[in-house]
Write a protein that binds this ligand. Sequence first.
Ligand code: ZN
Length: 146
Amino acid sequence: MSNCILCTEELKPGEGELIWRGDDCRVILVNDPDLPGFCRVIWNRHVSEMTDLTYGEREHVMALVFAVEEAIRHVMHPDKVNLAALGNMVPHIHWHVIPRFKDDAFFPGSAWSARAQETPQASLENRKMLAQALPEAIRSAISQMH
Ligand SMILES: [Zn+2]
């Protein structure tokens, strides 16, 4: 699909950082000022639903999601990890892997809900600092997948 923003692998300025790319999937560290450590696992080809993938492909994408989750837990120590696959706006398989904290802007709502509170600046700065270790931790977790 030529108008699909995920078919175009190029990131917009300030959108985030490509931290790993394989033949089927890629992993982005999203630059979200409210939610440091927000990652996205994206299927490279334009596929709409998980059940459009073969069983092996489904297992592969989920293994990547879990590798990212493990790295996020290890590095960021979140209160909760949110896994989300919506795709209503962009019907191209992608999983959001989001470290959540009780004082984050949207807690306990989803990352797309209305702001609920202001995160103390010190907490936010600390999380941004921790998130700098994520690219290496995620690459390491993925390299140990098989
Ligand atoms: Zn697409």
